[in-house]
Design a protein around this ligand. Structure first.
Ligand code: ZN
Ligand code: ZN
Length: 117
């Protein structure tokens, strides 16, 4: 079974701008891979919805781990895990070129919050 990836990496050298749009969260929510690293460590692999850079972020969110555990067999399930979706604040951190990017920053300035279930 393969996961279709809609678009190949195709980086847009937009000017850096701290910005968000509703579509950023929608696009990442609909088009990402969750990869299991080990134990309860996961990474989310996605494409920046603004500049198109391929990226991955580690998931350290305790809530995400609880939500994953909720899908585990009964008995391994923490009582508080219930049905929570996890809101994951994200931002672009590509190493591509974006003019006007502040010193020491990475990414294109896009940020959003994706909901994982
Ligand atoms: Zn970029
Ligand atoms: Zn970006």
């Amino acid at each position: 079974m393969t996961t279709p990836r809609s678009t190949p990496p195709n980086h847009l050298p937009l000017d850096y701008e701290t910005t968000t749009e509703p579509r950023y969260a929608q696009e990442v929510a609909q088009n990402h891979d969750l990869q299991h690293v080990k134990g309860d460590d996961y990474v989310i692999v996605y494409t920046c919805p603004r500049c198109g850079a391929a990226q991955e972020d580690p998931l350290f969110e305790p809530g995400f781990r609880a939500a994953r555990a909720a899908n585990a067999p009964a008995g391994a399930r923490p009582a508080a895990a219930a049905s929570a979706n996890v809101l994951l604040p994200m931002s672009c951190h590509c190493m591509g070129t974006h003019d006007a990017r502040p010193e020491g920053r990475s990414g294109c300035g896009a940020y959003w919050t994706v909901e994982l279930s």
